[in-house]
Design a protein around this ligand. Structure first.
Ligand SMILES: Nc1nc2c(ncn2[C@@H]2O[C@H](COP(=O)(O)OP(=O)(O)O)[C@@H](O)[C@H]2O)c(=O)[nH]1
Ligand SMILES: [Mg+2]
Length: 327
């Protein structure tokens, strides 16, 4: 691989993109770093990547901390590698900054795959990203997609907004539960269940796994997934991810879901929704920075003082703030 020559800085993008397509982990890492840095060169990167994207099946995994997402992700990577697939992994950690990377535990488990050239693993932090996952994650996904990954697994902690965002990014969303911790009813309350295409009850070696499966199936039959599209009933898989038990069933379920997405037209619908989110996130970011450029903090401070004092109504203040921004 020629990637050894690459240095930080301004290596020619066509060469970087070509190296990424040929599977250079260095080149892929460099491109994702450009995403994380919100590099001014990103625009050119994305122009070059756009025609190369769309081949990867995007799988989101979400669930409460400690439920076994990283362990399951790692087991899925092994399963897909046995099938000869190239796999990308994005681990989204909502708590640590970009430079901090993912939790140490995740890194250690993922270490199993660190030397496999058919696997790209990257951890990103969502904190500091404008709009959480909405801006940088889809761009990192594009890099892995263009680099020829057959699958991209995105792991994120289910902490409210994150699982909704992951569902808008993924073709298939896997929701993990474990017996005795954030059980099915808790998850239902948190709104996590609605985004699931596939359920995994992990830690089936523990007491209560069958109970959790029963609760889940009960809720499914009650039709809590009214929002789920016609023709797909989320299956419930039982796993012991730490031993790899049940992982083949999850892979089978994901394959059935992939086929259903293609046959039903849902795949295109989801991808168009993903694209809408991407465009909106980029447009909003640009509008905000253009607004700051044009008006500066001082203008906002002046308008805020006027609105607070009742000298101006907030609509007129907003008009003045965005005046000329899109011109
Ligand atoms: N008993 C049991 N423990 C598991 C299983 N899968 C994962 N774990 C353990 O649960 C803990 C949390 O797993 P992790 O994958 O980091 O969870 P995450 O926070 O959802 O990513 C770790 O100590 C794992 O070793 C399982 O199937 N059975
Ligand atoms: Mg984890």
């Amino acid at each position: 691989m020629s990637a050894g020559r690459l240095t930080r800085g301004d290596e020619p993008l066509p060469e970087l993109v070509a190296a990424a397509r040929e599977g250079s982990a260095r080149a892929v890492a460099r491109l994702i770093t450009l995403v994380e840095e919100a590099s001014p060169r990103l625009r050119e990167v994305m122009t070059q990547l756009a025609p190369l994207c769309g081949g990867a099946q995007v799988i989101g995994l979400t669930g409460a901390p400690g439920v076994g997402k990283s362990t399951t992700t790692s087991a899925l990577v092994s399963a897909y590698r046995r099938r000869g697939q190239r796999v990308g992994v994005l681990a989204i950690d909502p708590s640590s900054p970009f430079s901090g990377g993912a939790l140490l535990g995740d890194r250690v488990r993922m270490q199993d795959h660190a030397t496999d050239p058919g696997v790209f693993i990257r951890s990103m932090a969502s904190r500091g990203q404008l709009g959480g996952l909405s801006w940088a994650t889809p761009q990192a996904l594009r890099v892995l997609d263009a680099a020829g990954c057959d699958l991209v697994l995105i792991e994120t902690v289910g902490v409210g907004q994150a699982e909704v965002e992951i569902a808008s990014l993924a073709d298939s969303t896997v929701v993990l539960l474990a017996p005795g911790m954030g059980d099915a009813i808790q998850a239902a309350k948190a709104g996590i269940l609605e985004v699931a295409d596939i359920f995994v009850v992990n830690k089936a070696d523990r007491d209560g796994a069958d109970q959790t499966v029963r609760e889940l199936k009960g809720m499914l039959s009650l039709g809590f997934t009214d929002a789920a599209p016609e023709g797909w009933r989320p299956p419930v898989c039982k796993t012991v991810a730490a031993r790899g038990d049940g992982i083949d069933e999850v892979v089978d379920a994901l394959e059935r879901h992939r086929e259903w997405l293609a046959a039903s037209g849902e795949r295109e619908r989801r991808r168009a929704a993903r694209a809408r989110g991407e465009i909106a996130a980029i447009a909003l970011t640009r509008l905000r920075s253009r607004m700051d450029e044009l008006r500066g903090q001082a203008a906002m401070a002046g308008l805020a003082a006027d609105v607070a004092a009742g000298r101006l109504d907030p609509y007129s203040a907003a008009d003045r703030l965005i005046e000329g921004v899109t011109a």
